[in-house]
Design a protein around this ligand. Structure first.
Ligand code: NAD
Ligand code: KPL
Length: 305
């Protein structure tokens, strides 16, 4: 089986993974959106990773989805709202024994993708690493973190995890990846929308403790009802800890809204509210928060799906 890492999405996290794997001598190929993006990439000469102020360029080969040849390992590194369309574009090239690693935040896109490609193994990742694009084809590794990987349908770890060790990508395999994804979703639901509505850094939420605590209580009840009691444990305390530890930062959703970028709200708060409705679990404060956020996005001309 080919051990090439195909990486679809040369944005922040995709570039971070691509550069570290290439630096460790692994075979990597980028899959870019269209021939224009491919030409622009080739003109730039590669991807640049900036780490601790040091920039290093990696001439990683690239192609579009329309190239030929089977894919055995694909890291999907686009936003949750692009995941289905991106996988549909590459589906004919996915071998029957392929591993598809889904790096999307939130929940909902993973199931949608798995339905599209039932013949491949879909693994999910939950990442707390931080990266941002300084310019096209240049990524800044901003925040050290961790990657949880797992497959809700199969607890056996894939053989290629050793390659992540070689590449210095911090990770752990967990059969409970859904718990990890739900926990992160809950943290993001308790923090990110409020930073948009109160127009504040994460630390600004210390002045809205009551509102945060009410959301955490609803989220914890929802997690228990939907079969994720572990993800509910001491949620309020962790949210408070994250707010303190990241008090000077702007949340990712705040930054997206400020920069006029589409958010992943549909896969965060939207997913929480839809799951609550399916279970007949009342979540009035989450629903109100969702409505207020949608209004705010619409007022700014941003999509809310
Ligand atoms: P990004 O917007 O920087 O990169 C996504 C890339 O995918 C873009 O370059 C886009 O052009 C490309 N893309 C989309 N559809 C495509 C297609 N059909 N074909 C080819 N390319 C396509 O996004 P990101 O910040 O890297 O985030 C990716 C996921 O990781 C998100 O779900 C995000 O929430 C999550 N995440 C990001 C960070 C971070 O620090 N950036 C941290 C944790 C989790
Ligand atoms: O993940 C985050 C984000 O900004 O998206 C934190 C810092 C945890 C806030 O929810």
């Amino acid at each position: 089986m080919s051990s090439t890492w195909h990486i679809l999405g040369a944005g922040s996290l995709g570039s971070l993974w691509a550069c570290r794997l290439a630096r460790a001598g692994k075979a990597v190929r980028l899959i870019l959106r269209d021939p224009q993006r491919l030409a622009a990439y080739q003109a730039a000469g590669g991807l640049t990773l900036v780490e601790q102020g040091q920039a290093q360029q990696h001439a990683i080969p690239a192609e579009t989805a329309a190239a030929s040849g089977p894919i055995h390992r694909l890291l999907l590194a686009c936003k949750a709202y692009d995941a289905e369309r991106a996988v549909a574009s590459i589906a004919p090239r996915l071998a029957r024994d392929a591993d598809l690693i889904l790096l999307q935040n939130g929940l909902g896109s993973q199931d949608a993708v798995a339905t599209l490609v039932p013949h491949v193994r879909c693994l999910s990742a939950s990442s707390t690493e931080g990266a941002f694009r300084e310019s096209d084809w240049q990524v800044n590794f901003a925040g050290h973190g961790f990657n949880w990987l797992g497959d809700p349908a199969n607890p056996a770890p894939p053989a290629w995890l050793d390659e992540l060790v070689d590449a210095g990508i911090p990770h752990q395999w967990t059969p409970d990846i859904l718990t990890r994804l739900w926990r992160k979703l809950a943290l993001n639901c308790a923090i990110n929308p409020l930073t948009v509505l109160h127009e504040c850094r994460n630390g600004g939420l210390l002045e809205h403790r009551c509102e945060v605590a009410t959301l955490c209580a609803e989220l914890a009840d929802l997690l228990k009802v939907c079969g994720q009691p572990e993800a509910a444990q001491a949620l309020g305390e962790e949210v408070e800890r994250v707010i303190q530890a990241t008090s000077a930062n702007y949340s990712s959703m705040y930054q997206d809204v400020r920069q006029g970028r589409r958010t992943e709200i549909h896969y965060l708060l939207g997913h929480a509210c839809r799951t609550a409705a399916r279970h007949g679990q009342p979540v009035p404060h989450l629903e109100r928060l969702y409505r207020r956020l949608v209004e705010q996005l619409n007022a700014r001309g941003l999509p809310s799906d």
